[in-house]
Write a new protein. Structure first.
Length: 175
């Protein structure tokens, strides 16, 4: 949406029913497996085996969190990008929850489309079960800020052009 004093863009996460179903099945199987291992842990009396189970459960919990996060992102995730009042705001939202980050337009440098150098990284960044793969970036106080999760090449270029044009225009208006 574009008005005289604001640009608002919403980027929806990709939802493929077949892949979402497989991701949900993976999450359920992973959860059940973790419950079984935890139950076995509670039955143990040998302290050395308990330590091994604890290490396994820590790794299990990390991947449980990662898979849950990916599933929730795929079902209800979106990125909201706004330019208003001399600021760019970016919010990653899942179920209407998320943190908004604000960036002053005057300090945004080198807006660009991120190019993947490695086919392996491109494959990992485009995987359905990972919430990674930002396709647009800019420098802000020497730090790289990236967004535009898993957009295809054409969508990334279109969003880049839209933002580049409007960043210049809104930056001039605020001066």
């Amino acid at each position: 949406m574009r008005s005289a004093d604001e640009l608002s863009v919403v980027v929806l996460s990709e939802v493929e029913n077949r892949k979402s179903t497989l991701l949900l099945l993976w999450l359920i199987a992973w959860t059940l497996g973790g419950i079984v291992v935890f139950w076995e842990y509670l039955q143990l009396t040998d302290e050395s085996k308990k330590i091994g189970f604890i290490v396994w459960l820590v790794f299990w919990f990390y991947f449980e969190y990662t898979i849950s996060k990916a599933y929730m992102w795929r079902r209800n995730g979106k990125e909201k990008i706004k330019i208003r009042d001399g600021k760019l705001s970016i919010k990653r939202e899942v179920n209407k929850r998320g943190k908004v980050n604000f960036y002053e337009l005057d300090f945004i440098k080198e807006l660009r489309v991120v190019e993947e150098k490695s086919k392996l990284m491109l494959s990992l960044n485009n995987s359905y079960w990972a919430v990674v793969g930002e396709t647009i970036a800019f420098d802000y106080y020497g730090k790289m800020i990236s967004f535009g999760l898993q957009l295809n090449e054409d969508d990334s270029k279109d969003l880049y052009k839209l933002l580049k044009h409007n960043l210049n225009q809104f930056s001039k208006q605020s001066q």
